[in-house]
Design a protein around this ligand. Sequence first.
Ligand SMILES: O=C(O)CCC(=O)c1ccccc1C(=O)O
Ligand SMILES: [Mg+2]
Length: 340
Amino acid sequence: MLPSVEELVDRARVVALPLATRFRGIDVREALLIEGPQGWTEFSPFVEYDDAEAAAWLAAAIDFGWTPHLGAGDVRVNATLPAVPPERVAAVLDRFPGVRTVKVKVAERGQTRSDDVARVREVRRRMGAEGRIRIDANGGWNVDEAEHALRELSPFDLEYAEQPCATVPELAELRERIADLAIPIAADESVRKAADPLAVAREGAADLLIVKAQPLGGVTAARRIVAAAGLPAVVSSALDTSVGIAMGAHLAASLPDPGLDHGLGTAALLSADVTDDPLLPRLGRVEVRRPTVSATLLDRHAASPERTAWWLDRLRRCRALLDGPDGFGTDSDGFPRSAS
Ligand SMILES: O=C(O)CCC(=O)c1ccccc1C(=O)O
Ligand SMILES: [Mg+2]
């Protein structure tokens, strides 16, 4: 049984956390946190997402807060570099001590391919020949643009290219066209925003999957998607607070090791968090544990009354969707399940 809407609302707190570096066009990350019986959990779909999409994030929050997910140890993480100019690369990378891998955002709206090349060149210079560099275009290129960009970036030795194009057929075509470059293609939005998260694997459109716990309906649902896809999976954050990072870290620790670092270092991009002991990258790793949430920090970073009301309304609407006919509901084990 899923917790009732009253139970969720009673246990919910809304925060607005400033970012250290502008990312995805935002300077403040809003999140709704809920204290579940198994610990704190996070519901933080981006504000522009509609309720149908956000409902999966709520299923994830319930799965993590109401189900014992026992994890321990740590996972290796990458630095996440927003689409900053070369002179700002060092300051961002300094926030990720000890990482051997950098994920570089490319194809940012309003920028050009030479901006991407300059950023990747600077990362390679700083990381040295043994550093691992992956790029993430967030679907920003068409197939031709992606092919040109990857041919130009290929001398910098890319570990993989994440969501270079927006659609599954484009990814499949690109993958054939650049077979000579031997740059693996990773699918992110084509998994987490797709009606059918398994289409990528079925169509041979990617070499690996990027999975995020919240949009895929939670740790349990994401594990099932990865198993059904049969592809290696890298777990990535949704720019969550340390509570959401913990959800991702539990997922990462429970999957087969892809031999690739996970995108779970992003608490380093926040300039405030909800715990005094955040899940920050140390020696290139993030611990797998549930953080202790601080009442003081929840108060200090509380969202405005208007934004709090907006989030609580969204929580109520999404909770109602989980009971709907093609909502998420629970499976025979009592777990929230994804629509797939
Ligand atoms: O994977 C990482 O390094 C960090 C997470 C990240 O890039 C991200 C964070 C929020 C929203 C979308 C994305 C993305 O991978 O596209
Ligand atoms: Mg991505």
